[in-house]
Write a protein that binds this ligand. Structure first.
Ligand code: URP
Ligand code: ZN
Ligand code: ZN
Length: 492
């Protein structure tokens, strides 16, 4: 039944991380079953002439209906978050299950599934935020959950309710190594931030722009360097998320140069916002407040360089969407000028829908990165890092037909009204962006077309992640000592 296609996407240019080829895509039962010239038949034919046919994006860092470190909740639900993703060419999300101290991880996983299952419009998996690495969590819960398809962990070096000390971080890394999971790290030095915050507040410097001072570049580079050292001792790969600044990038590059498996992620806010956006009139700067904060133009250029030279493997949104106003807003419970301060503003910016159009417009069309690199950064590497490749993240025979068809010449001016999330602002209002997805398929079915998200809540399925080959240890001992076995062979 070679020609028994449900759908044929014809006439477009298929782009993967490796190739750009004019060819058709034949889809049956939600899976890509043929790639070739002039594929015949198909119950439905989608004309992609003049268009780019890309793997649907995977946003592997987004906070959906998640309890924040300050106790509030990010605003987007699974219905609105996946809606925004689809409209921006993203067909899979990997948000977080966030463990609260004292809570069992199994309980946290169950609760987050209750929020997602039956609501998501596109497919999804979860990372596990471990804030309480007890023996029970490390020795029993994590092994069982990793086996069940939750193969990535996130830990924090900062935020009071989440932060781990170095010994706790090492124990999580040791567990990740033993069980084959990948650990993501929010790497900022907590004490530097807390001390600077105290001093800034005492000096009456509480407006949003002082957040950037409190979250000094050195807090990030110290956190990154420390995590790299811990990962070296534990002999386990790590992924440093939302990297924004020169010295952190340099530390990551040095580690990679030594052959250490240190992966890194950056996000739109470090390419398309700067610290001056925190100085907007009134308290509007809060709209761009996130951690690490947007830095200066020189750092932006260095982040671009990291995308170009391969220091960064993935580009995620870190969508942590708090509305400007309201209960689930930036000023939790409402704005009061007398008591407001940067240290009380919810950290995070929205970016799920614009992640890929912004990178396409400024990266691909301005010739900073190739189309193949765009695909690698936006989909393929996330699939590889988090164990869903090649089911997701590429266009290949046997892969799920998660496909975004892009019009590379379509120009639009960004406004909050055109976006599909549940926000009352976008930090990118007024930006002119060229290159947008015009039709998006999830497992072969059209999920977004002509500005309308047609996939219903519940269309999305939970995807079990396999253990990633990129999480394998190098097998390098500490001066001949193997912490995992106790063996010591310094001179062999
Ligand atoms: O400011 C940020 N990034 N908020 C989201 C939570 C996190 O640290 O990823
Ligand atoms: Zn983080
Ligand atoms: Zn985040």
């Amino acid at each position: 039944m070679l020609n028994g296609f449900d759908t044929v996407i014809c006439g477009g240019t298929v782009v993967t991380a490796g190739d750009s080829v004019p060819c058709d895509v034949g889809i049956r039962d939600g899976v890509i079953v043929a790639l070739g010239r002039d594929l015949p038949g198909g119950t439905r034919r989608i004309d992609a002439t003049g268009r780019l046919v890309l793997p649907g994006g995977i946003d592997a860092h987004c906070h959906i209906d998640q309890r924040s470190s300050a106790g509030g909740y990010t605003n987007d639900t699974w219905e609105s978050g996946t809606r925004a993703g689809l409209a921006g060419g993203t067909t899979m999300l990997i948000p977080f299950v966030a463990q609260v101290k004292g809570q069992s991880l199994h309980d946290a996983v169950r609760r987050y599934h209750e929020l997602a299952d039956g609501k998501a419009r596109s497919d999804y998996a979860f990372h596990l935020i471990v804030s309480d690495p007890t023996d029970e969590v490390l020795d029993r819960e994590l092994p069982a959950l990793i086996e069940a398809g939750y193969t990535s962990i996130k830990i924090y070096l900062t935020y009071e309710p989440l932060k781990l000390d170095d010994r706790q971080s090492l124990r999580v890394l040791e567990t990740a190594r033993r069980e084959g999971a990948l650990t993501m790290i929010h790497a900022e030095n907590h004490e530097i931030i807390a001390w600077l915050t105290e001093k800034l507040v005492a000096a009456g410097r509480v407006r949003p722009e002082y957040h950037r001072v409190a979250h000094a570049d050195v807090a990030e580079s110290e956190g990154a360097s420390r995590v790299i050292a811990l990962a070296e001792v534990a002999d386990v790969p790590v992924l440093i998320v939302h990297v924004s600044a020169q010295d952190a990038i340099a530390a990551i590059r040095r580690a990679q140069g030594r052959g250490q498996r240190v992966y890194a992620e950056t996000c739109p806010q470090y390419l398309f916002l700067t610290e001056t956006d925190l100085v907007r009139s009134g308290w509007e700067g809060a709209k761009c407040l996130c951690s690490p904060p947007p830095r200066d133009a020189a750092n932006q250029e260095l982040v671009w360089n990291g995308l170009i030279d391969g220091t960064f493997q993935i580009f995620s949104s870190d969508h942590a969407a708090y509305r400007f106003d309201g209960d689930r807003g930036k000023f939790s419970g409402g704005f009061d000028e007398a008591t407001a301060g940067f240290h009380k503003i919810a950290n995070g910016v929205p970016g799920l829908e614009l992640r890929l159009p912004l990178l396409f417009s400024e990266g691909v069309l301005k010739d900073r990165i190739s189309l193949n690199r765009f695909v690698e950064l936006s989909a393929t590497n996330a699939a590889k890092l988090y164990g869903v490749y090649p089911k997701k993240g590429t266009i290949a025979v046997g892969a799920d037909a998660d496909i975004a068809i892009w019009d590379p010449g379509l120009t639009r001016t960004v406004s909050i009204d055109m976006l599909h999330d549940d926000m009352d602002y976008t930090p990118y209002e007024g930006r002119v962006v060229t290159g947008w997805p015009v039709e998006v398929l999830v497992r072969g079915e059209t999920a977004f077309k002509d500005d309308v998200v047609v996939a219903a809540p519940g269309n999305g399925k939970f995807v079990r992640c396999e253990r990633s080959g990129m999480a394998r240890p190098l097998g390098r001992s500490v001066h001949g000592f193997e912490p995992s076995t106790g063996a010591f062979a310094p001179w062999s």
